[in-house]
Design a protein around this ligand. Structure first.
Ligand SMILES: *[C@@H]1O[C@H](CO)[C@@H](O)[C@H](O)[C@H]1NC(C)=O
Ligand SMILES: *[C@@H]1O[C@H](CO)[C@@H](O)[C@H](O)[C@H]1NC(C)=O
Ligand SMILES: *[C@@H]1O[C@H](CO)[C@@H](O)[C@H](O)[C@H]1NC(C)=O
Ligand SMILES: *[C@@H]1O[C@H](CO)[C@@H](O)[C@H](O)[C@H]1NC(C)=O
Ligand SMILES: *[C@@H]1O[C@H](CO)[C@@H](O)[C@H](O)[C@H]1NC(C)=O
Ligand SMILES: *[C@@H]1O[C@H](CO)[C@@H](O)[C@H](O)[C@H]1NC(C)=O
Ligand SMILES: *[C@@H]1O[C@H](CO)[C@@H](O)[C@H](O)[C@H]1NC(C)=O
Ligand SMILES: *[C@@H]1O[C@H](CO)[C@@H](O)[C@H](O)[C@H]1NC(C)=O
Ligand SMILES: *[C@@H]1O[C@H](CO)[C@@H](O)[C@H](O)[C@H]1NC(C)=O
Ligand SMILES: *[C@@H]1O[C@H](CO)[C@@H](O)[C@H](O)[C@H]1NC(C)=O
Ligand SMILES: *[C@@H]1O[C@H](CO)[C@@H](O)[C@H](O)[C@H]1NC(C)=O
Length: 318
């Protein structure tokens, strides 16, 4: 196989079967259009004026002039967009096949043109052409070349270019994001993208600012261009421990974000005259699940009383 045959095969692999729903805004509407020549008043901009009538006499279709065997029409999207599909409204009768044989090209970000339709036998009236390229496009061109015989024309009643749905790029502080599944056009932040969000040590998933006890969650870009959840990674907080012994002085070491947060510790010293019930106390530590771990015992024993008691038993015992 020669390389000339190989190139179209590689390219075809980036075109995947498309379903048209759901889709975003028509980004061709009202954008600058141009054409090779103009027939009477039927300027290029009529192809993106919003008029979807397929009756040429309604005056909302563009039309190139008579003569040449080559004609083109373009629309500049004034920006680069991931396009899901292009819908074309063409003159539906009288010259129903006027565009037949035309080719559709799209201009990618690196300014190369790519042909997106390979079937030169155009369907009549209104039809969709899928554009599932992995690059965004900035311009769309139709061109018609007649090898022999009559002149070539381009007549566009309306051309619509629908964007893929995109969610705002999602980033998270104190956590990591991993793409579990890519969405439309194999992009990170487009419809269908599923992200796995994990929080760093000491942080937990919050929904709308409410702390959960989850360290991991998933997030999906939905059909309305919104992320399915309002996720943040919030610092793990243990709150105030309930079992601080009476008659003691606290010794607090702040955690990663202050007192009572992950890795904070609390230990105690019994006040003068009190002894701890434990031989060795285990300082409390704010653990990753938001609970305090450890044992501070109690400061109940009164060694002044104990001394007297020892003296008393000594006297009694003697
Ligand atoms: C439209 O196309 C014509 C013919 O190629 C060209 O002369 C003209 O500069 C173009 N207009 C714009 C605005 O690009
Ligand atoms: C379109 O062109 C093809 C090839 O030239 C031809 O076979 C077909 O009949 C045409 N279709 C229409 C609707 O004119
Ligand atoms: C074009 O796409 C629209 C939107 O999904 C759909 O309603 C319509 O049936 C499609 N038309 C054709 C001819 O596939
Ligand atoms: C996903 O997003 C990251 C960060 O914006 C970027 O570096 C990466 O290239 C994107 N990957 C795809 C397939 O879009
Ligand atoms: C999300 O990431 C965590 C940690 O890397 C992993 O254990 C888990 O399996 C992932 N979940 C999915 C749905 O990929
Ligand atoms: C997301 O949650 C935060 C609280 O963490 C809140 O301030 C914000 O308004 C929420 N955003 C949306 C879009 O609901
Ligand atoms: C998309 O997500 C937003 C925010 O979570 C939610 O309000 C909306 O109902 C969702 N829409 C669909 C179609 O799932
Ligand atoms: C501290 O003393 C109060 C009042 O006597 C009592 O209710 C509480 O349980 C004591 N706390 C501890 C940790 O022993
Ligand atoms: C942390 O706890 C110590 C001891 O109870 C207290 O003196 C200090 O003000 C606390 N710091 C903050 C930021 O709350
Ligand atoms: C929390 O404490 C543990 C045990 O002392 C330590 O290994 C870890 O590095 C600490 N983590 C942070 C984020 O401070
Ligand atoms: C009680 O504590 C004092 C020091 O505070 C120590 O000298 C004494 O041995 C302790 N008594 C007991 C019974 O642990």
């Amino acid at each position: 196989m020669t390389w000339q045959l190989f190139i179209p095969l590689i390219w075809c692999m980036s075109v995947v079967i498309s379903q048209y729903e759901p889709y975003g805004e028509n980004v061709a509407f009202g954008k600058p259009a141009n054409q090779s020549t103009t027939y009477e008043v039927y300027k290029a901009s009529l192809g993106v004026d919003g008029g979807i009538s397929t009756n040429f006499n309604d005056g909302t279709c563009s039309h190139t002039g008579e003569g040449p065997r080559y004609a083109w029409w373009t629309v500049d999207l004034e920006g680069f967009y991931f396009i899901k599909f292009i819908r074309i409204y063409q003159w539906a009768y009288a010259y129903a096949n006027r565009l037949n044989g035309s080719k559709i090209y799209v201009k990618e970000k690196d300014y190369t043109w790519k042909q997106i339709n390979f079937n030169s036998n155009w369907p009549p009236s209104v039809f969709n052409v899928s554009v599932e390229l992995s690059e965004p496009i900035g311009e769309i061109m139709l061109n018609n070349y007649v090898v022999q015989g009559a002149a070539a024309f381009i007549c566009v009643c309306e051309l619509q270019a629908f964007k893929v749905i995109e969610c705002v790029p999602f980033s998270i502080e104190n956590g990591n994001i991993e793409v579990v599944k890519y969405g439309d056009s194999n992009q990170n932040f487009t419809y269908g993208t599923t992200l796995n969000v994990t929080c760093h040590e000491g942080y937990m998933i919050s929904y709308d600012g409410l702390l959960t006890n989850e360290a991991e969650s998933t997030q999906k870009c939905n059909a309305t261009g919104k992320w399915s959840r309002n996720l943040t990674c919030s610092v793990t907080t243990c709150g105030r421990p309930s079992n601080i012994p009476n008659n003691s002085k606290e010794i607090v070491t702040p955690g990663i974000a202050g007192n009572n947060t992950y890795n904070a510790t609390i230990t105690v010293e019994c006040n003068e005259g009190y002894n701890n019930s434990l031989h060795e106390i285990k300082p409390l530590r704010c653990a990753s699940d938001g609970l305090w771990r450890g044992n501070l015992g109690n400061c109940n024993g009164n060694y002044v009383f104990a001394k007297v008691y020892v003296l008393y038993t000594f006297i009694l015992g003697s």
